[in-house]
Design a protein. Structure first.
Length: 384
């Protein structure tokens, strides 16, 4: 029986393998993703979507129609990955794609053709990782890559020219269980890691060396049941986690306020989500948050209070998705939402109402993917 055939209660036995979301759109303010080429000439910006397919061991690639949001399969897609690809991230400059391979203990790396979106394996890839790598993120200055691995947080140095990874270090050890989901705040000061699906740790980040130092005396920020996703808002003010059902609660989103000086987290109110939320994404302007609900085949839309980070359900939410939605991402323009449907091998696409945050399914959605689409990321590529 494949993972796609498993009932929800069986999939829950491996909750850490469902999703990690990294929002490339959240980097735009800080990384200054250009609208022109380095030489100063006018450039053409193209957006691409990349999806890790857990059961077919490959990466699906699509070009986004900038007007409609529709997806067109990139030539050569899908592209081979390792065993059970899980987390996926695009570097802030839109040059490279990185994927954690849960069952082969490696990280795959690819260069992006800025015109076509085609992927080519980086020389030396895949790169060795610790045991069962899952979550993945890149710092805003594009120098270091972070992964969640068993009992640790892995840190790599990125070669800015080739995309190759080196100097892998396990900088946080002694944890009793897996390092699952990882996120970097958009100011580039702090890194956050959910551990064992229950605890959330914070680190200060040395942007010169990549070194991580535990915040809060090494104690986690609260006990969070069954963490399945983590995201930081564009301003680095709030952090959000999704959690699967516990007791009588079918699932929820927890928001934290980030202390801008220390990186410490202050637990705020929880927001409503659907059953077994499995991924979370914030719009580039920080106004709305979207959650893929694995257990009831929907996407929740929530508005964000800019002062407190508190969440309010958008009118009409939740919105219908495919079977067992897992990953969710907002495109860098803030116009479209894409959701991977783990259970029916599709990706759903929606337009965002910029005023209300409500979602409308695109014509032609959902679009076909590989088997058991898992995590999802968007690249911004600029050509002459």
């Amino acid at each position: 029986m494949s993972k796609i055939d498993l009932p929800l209660e069986e999939v829950m036995k491996k909750p850490n393998r469902l999703f990690v979301v990294v929002l490339l759109g959240l980097y735009l303010t800080l990384c200054g993703c250009p609208a022109s080429t380095p030489g100063g000439g006018a450039g053409t910006t193209q957006y691409f979507v990349y999806i890790s397919n857990a059961n077919s061991n490959n990466i699906s690639a699509y070009a986004i129609n900038s007007s409609t949001g529709a997806l067109t399969t990139v030539s050569g897609s899908p592209f081979a990955a390792g065993a059970d690809p899980d987390g996926i991230v695009v570097d802030p400059k839109g040059k490279f794609v990185y994927v954690t391979n849960y069952s082969s203990d490696t990280v795959s790396a690819y260069t992006i053709d800025s015109t076509t979106g085609t992927l080519s394996a980086v020389s030396g890839a895949p790169f060795g990782a610790g045991t069962a790598p899952q979550g993945i993120a890149v710092d805003p200055k594009d120098r270091f890559l972070f992964t969640g691995i068993y009992g640790s947080a892995g840190v790599y140095t990125i070669n800015s020219s080739t995309g190759a990874l080196s100097n892998m270090q396990s900088l946080f050890t002694g944890v009793y269980s897996t390092g699952d989901y990882v996120a970097v705040d958009m100011t580039g000061q702090f890194v956050y890691l959910s551990v064992g699906s229950y605890s959330l740790y914070g680190f200060t980040f040395n942007s010169s060396t990549g070194a991580l130092s535990l915040i809060n005396g090494g104690y986690p920020f609260g006990a969070l049941p069954n963490v399945t996703g983590i995201a930081v808002d564009p301003m680095g003010t709030f952090l959000y986690t999704t959690s699967w059902n516990t007791g009588s609660n079918p699932g929820f989103v927890t928001n934290f306020t980030i202390n801008s000086f220390t990186g410490a987290l202050v637990n705020g109110s929880g927001g409503g989500a659907g059953v077994n939320p499995s991924g979370v994404a914030v719009t580039p302007n920080g106004s709305f948050l979207y959650v893929a609900n694995n257990g009831d085949n929907t996407v929740s839309a929530l508005s964000i209070n800019s002062g407190t980070g508190a969440l309010t359900k958008v009118a009409g939410s939740p919105f219908a998705a495919g079977k067992n939605p897992s990953g969710v991402v907002v495109d860098p323009t803030g116009k479209f939402v894409y959701v991977t449907n783990y259970g029916d091998n599709t990706v759903s696409a929606y337009t965002i109402n910029s005023s209300s945050g409500a979602l409308t399914a695109l014509s032609g959605s959902p679009f076909a993917t590989g088997t058991a689409p898992n995590a999802i990321a968007v690249a911004t590529a600029t050509t002459q």
